[in-house]
Design a protein around this ligand. Sequence first.
Ligand code: 5GP
Length: 174
Amino acid sequence: MAKEALEVLLSAEQINEKIKELAAEITKDYHDKNPLLIGVLKGAVVFLSDLIREIDVPLEVDFMAVSSYGADTASSGIVRIQKDLDQSIKDKDVLIVEDIVDTGLTLNYLFENLGSRYPKSIKVVTLLDKPDRRKVKFEADYCGFKIPDRFVIGYGLDFNENYRNLKDICILNA
Ligand code: 5GP
């Protein structure tokens, strides 16, 4: 992929600034709680690792992996759990950490699935949101940036497993 095909949408500085804001809100809302943050693999790993270091309450971390786009950039609509949690979430304050809400299918499914496991509370934080592409109604409790309907990569987000290590979030002009 030629470098000129990448167009910076959100710079590392903008992302860092936004993460501090999100973490401050989360710290305030969970000041008397011990939340369990659930990262959705693999895309949310970079976001989660930066976010937790800015949150100033005791917290736990676990991960889930669900089926995603694969080699295509269009959503299949099929959600399958590939890796489940290591622990029960009964009576826990769960915060799902996602990289991007697109059609909403993944988070809608995860929210329902985890919600049926008797958590004390369940909320969602997403770094990015593409509201134009929704197939099901879904609104995250905390959202970093609303972005246009473009395929983005970097800061954990991939195209064919590449580009996750970019510091900026870029539009892939394929
Ligand atoms: P949804 O189920 O909301 O359609 O999709 C959520 C998942 O699709 C995200 O976790 C992410 O893996 C993938 N996805 C959606 N939009 C993009 C995008 O613009 N770039 C990349 N790299 N992945 C995306």
